[in-house]
Design a protein around this ligand. Structure first.
Ligand SMILES: [Zn+2]
Length: 385
């Protein structure tokens, strides 16, 4: 492909509005690019998550060794449009950068893995194994597509995974991530005039007890992971009460936990559920807890063969010495690595630090480099015996 053609794929993907929805249009466009090659060597699968929201899986080549490339098709919302210099869904190139929503996170990486695969096909190269593109829905709001594909077994044959999320224009490699748990607690009470509290039940009281106990219990999970550091817990939302002279009928709080492998999600659920159960024994108390966006922590090794190979390829090709780093955020790799087979997942891609911001951009040089890098990495990985 010419550079113009490579750029056209990136621009087209950015121009499709896929803010937490509508990934189907992205999937259709990408599928259309592979369509001319469909057959024995190229398998294209749409996996619907819901109406208009398709994951796309493209498998290329033959052989036992399988390298996954993953990218998410959704983006976050553009936010306040007055803070943008351009239309977020009308990509604009200026000073070697492409601007638009998702230009960094992560339609640059998505386009780069797609173009890399197309170039391998265009050149008619026979790979000593398979490449599998796992393109997902709903990453930003909970890795839903990756969770769905993992449950359906799409990651069960992987020997390694490259997640094309922005990592300082290929200068960093994320190899371990904290887990994420969002929880929501609702306390139900009975309204009454505050001058006669005995006639009702104030929903706020048990909620405060829960907050204090949860903070104390989770503070005990204080061992620092050697690479990820400590678990963090923050109560981020409280809503309660209608009026100063009425007992609150309902009180709610929400919190966010970022955990490490020593304290897996189940251990945290047990801890918080126990507090709720215990408080519910008290007369009048009715607490309900719910969890959203749970993601397991993913430990990792800065010296894994997959990471070392990525470093080697980036060094040999571009003289880039990519630095292994860890992350407090979640990505699709944390879902895919819960598959039946054990494999390593790393994150490396074009884009710097403009994710989720107005005037999000990607340096085009990094985008073009990524296309070359992913091809060289795939060949190097699949050639390993
Ligand atoms: Zn992302």
């Amino acid at each position: 492909m010419t550079k113009e053609e490579q750029l056209a794929v990136f621009k087209k993907i950015v121009s499709i509005n896929s803010v937490n929805d509508n990934e189907g249009e992205v999937a259709d466009y990408i599928a259309s690019l592979f369509k001319p090659y469909e057959g024995d060597d190229v398998k294209i699968e749409h996996v619907a998550y819901s109406q208009g929201r398709d994951n796309l899986v493209v498998t290329i080549g033959h052989g036992d060794r399988v390298l996954g490339f993953s990218g998410h098709e959704d983006t976050v919302a553009p936010g306040d449009l007055s803070l943008w210099d351009t239309d977020p869904f009308h990509p604009v190139v200026k000073d070697g950068k492409l601007y638009g929503r998702g230009a960094c996170d992560m339609k640059s990486g998505l386009a780069a893995i797609v173009v890399a695969a197309l170039e391998i096909l265009e050149k008619g190269e026979q790979l000593p194994g398979k490449i599998k593109l796992l393109l997902t829905v709903g990453e930003e709001l909970g890795n839903m597509g990756a969770a769905q594909l993992t449950k359906l077994g799409y990651a069960d044959d992987l020997d390694g995974l490259m997640v094309a999320e922005p990592n300082d224009d290929l200068h960093k490699i994320t190899y371990a991530c904290k887990g994420v748990i969002d929880y929501h607690v609702t306390s139900f009470g009975k309204a009454a005039h505050s001058s006669t509290p005995e006639k009702g039940f104030n929903a706020i009281d048990p909620l405060l007890e829960f907050a204090n106990e949860a903070k104390a219990a989770l503070a005990k999970f204080d061992h620092a992971d050697p690479i990820l550091g400590k678990l963090t817990h923050v109560i981020t939302k409280i809503n309660a009460g209608e009026q100063i002279n009425s007992l609150a009928e309902k009180a709610q709080l929400a919190g966010n936990i970022r955990n490490v492998p020593e304290y897996p999600n189940d251990m945290i659920y047990d801890t918080l559920n126990d507090i709720v159960e215990k408080l519910n024994q008290q007369p009048g108390v009715h607490l309900v807890i719910k969890y959203t966006f749970p993601e397991s922590p993913m430990g990792g090794d800065p010296n894994s063969p997959l990471l070392k190979l990525a470093q080697q390829v980036a060094h040999d090709q571009f003289g880039i010495d990519a630095e292994p780093v860890t992350s407090t955020g979640a990505n699709d790799g944390q879902e895919f690595t819960q598959s039946k087979k054990e494999f390593t997942s790393i994150e490396m891609g074009p884009g710097t630090d403009t994710a989720h911001q107005p005037n999000e951009y990607c340096n085009l040089d990094a985008y073009y480099q990524a296309i070359e890098f992913y091809q060289a990495f795939a060949k190097a990985f699949l050639s390993v015996k």
